[in-house]
Design a protein around this ligand. Structure first.
Ligand code: GDG
Length: 466
């Protein structure tokens, strides 16, 4: 079995006590790395100021070498905050209006990818398989190829891929697409994303769908497919069951006694539809006054990318909106929205999912959305809750037992909340079983195996046809 090299912007480092970092993706990739032996390389999250970063810092844990690099202040500003988070992130989430183009940032993005390639290349052996993750590192394969590497290189995009009309508004769309063609396998979350990718090649006349998942463009033949990411379903279900005994979870349960709880969990990000969701909850309460004082909505929203102006603005808006609704509708003994603007412990999170009658997951656009899957896995099989899910989350393609909503339709989401709260136990069980069965048979280990199998076994093609 070939060695595996995983590259991602940030690396989930194992905890000080040696236990693996939490989160399904980290667990699955760590397991794959452990089995094959390998390296996980990425940015340390630290800045080297204005000095060239020193050598990679390396940490060995079992079969895995974690290799981290610092970046300069300029790199962080241009590559990470600038191009990745203020161009690629909004564009891939269909937010043309929020993209901030700057030549400096674009150049910085390509420069840091070249830097990553130069740091990584000396560690790579000819048989290694390389798996690159997410939008920060699209040009990495092209840089490695430029240095003469012939290894199998795969890429997985965790976020959506937009339709051609949106992508072409980005001044460097051609370079980005050319970057993707240097991989042997490009994985997307859903078949919609894959279709958008194929549609761009067709529309711009720069490539062909050769059938069977093969494409040619920019003089190269490569594979692309949909690989919907999963969670550690069985493990998370057990975890949530035992989390019911957690002190904080029990305290929360007592504090909502006699009321239903609705839960929302999202990084503070404009793609998650938090503002529209708070509006929908308000509309639900004003349209169904009998539910006032009978429902508590808990919104857990860890801060994210606070140094990017759009996120700073969002943070203010969400806090104001929650405060306004609480002031207008709350009573002396009932706060309709409990808003927690920081990260909470994973055990408590699992226990809270299980307490909630409704999981409210309404992103305006999301590659997959793991919260939706975690909410389902955490439910008590005897009295499961209801998932209210945006049709614009990748997860909606799989979770057919959810109440699907259009998050832009505030009234429609409010109605779905009412329907979820009134749903019979029989219907809840039926919908939940359907989703749980799917999640058990499509977990994150399978996702990882499928991607690596296709990357390794993709037929040896005459990869360059120019
Ligand atoms: C990207 C794509 C795709 C959240 N708050 C807390 C906390 N979380 C955990 C959740 C979940 C994860 O963070 C969030 O994952 P999502 O999938 O919902 O969203 P993104 O962060 O945007 O992830 C997304 C994903 O990549 C994987 O491919 O699904 O579409 O955007 O696991 O549980 N965890 C803890 N405390 C919190 O307060 N411990």
């Amino acid at each position: 079995m070939s060695r595996l090299i995983v590259v991602s912007n940030r690396v989930p480092m194992p905890a000080k006590d040696g236990s693996a970092a939490a989160g399904g993706l980290a667990v699955a990739l760590q397991a794959a790395l452990q089995a094959r032996g390998g390296i996980w390389m990425g940015w340390s999250g630290e800045s080297s100021g204005d000095r060239e970063p020193g050598p990679l810092s390396q940490l060995q844990k079992g079969n895995i070498t974690y290799a981290l690099t610092d970046l300069t202040d300029t790199d962080v500003e241009e590559y990470y905050r600038g191009f990745a988070n203020r161009v690629l992130w909004p564009i891939c989430h269909y937010r043309l209006d929020l993209a901030e183009y700057g030549r400096k940032e674009m150049a910085g993005y390509f420069r840091v990818n070249r830097f990553f390639a130069h740091r990584l290349a000396p560690m790579i052996e000819p048989d290694d398989i390389i798996w690159v993750h997410d939008y920060h590192l699209i040009p990495l394969a092209a840089e490695l190829r430029q240095m003469g590497l012939k290894n199998r290189i795969g890429f997985f995009l965790h976020i959506p891929w937009p339709p051609a009309d949106i992508l072409v508004t980005m001044p460097v769309h051609e370079e980005i697409m050319r970057g993707l063609s240097h991989y042997d396998l490009v994985g997307f979350q859903t078949d919609y994303d894959l279709q958008n990718f194929a549609g761009y090649l067709r529309r711009e006349g720069i490539g062909d769908d050769l059938g069977n998942g093969s494409f040619d463009s920019h003089g190269r033949i490569f594979k692309a497919g949909a690989y919907p990411i999963g969670i550690e379903t069985a493990g998370f279900a057990d975890f949530a069951e035992s989390a019911a005994n957690n002190v904080m979870v029990q305290k929360t349960r007592r504090s909502i006694e006699g009321r239903d709880m609705i839960i929302g969990v999202d990084r503070l990000d404009y793609s998650k539809g938090i503002i529209q969701r708070l509006e929908a909850f308000e509309r639900f309460l004003t349209g169904n006054p009998a539910y006032q004082n009978k429902v508590t909505y808990l919104q857990i929203t860890p801060k994210s990318r606070s140094e990017v102006p759009e996120y700073e603005h969002m943070q203010k808006m969400v806090a104001e909106q929650a405060g306004r609704v609480n002031g207008a509708i709350g009573t002396v003994d009932w706060v309709p929205i409990r808003y927690v603007n920081r990260s909470i412990n994973r055990t408590v999170l699992a226990g809270l999912y299980r307490l909630a009658t409704i999981g409210l997951v309404t992103p305006l656009r999301d590659g997959m959305n793991l919260v939706a899957k975690e909410y389902v896995a955490a439910q008590n099989p005897d009295r499961p809750g209801v998932l209210v899910l945006s049709r614009f989350a990748g997860a909606a393609r799989e979770l057919k037992g959810a109440l699907l909503v259009n998050p832009y339709d505030v009234e429609g989401t409010a109605n779905a909340i009412a329907r979820g709260l009134a749903m019979s136990l029989g219907e809840r069980r039926e919908r939940w079983s359907m989703m749980m069965e799917h999640l058990l048979s499509h977990d994150v280990s399978l996702w990882c195996e499928n991607f690596l199998r296709d990357l390794v076994t993709a037929p040896e093609l005459p990869r360059t046809i120019a």
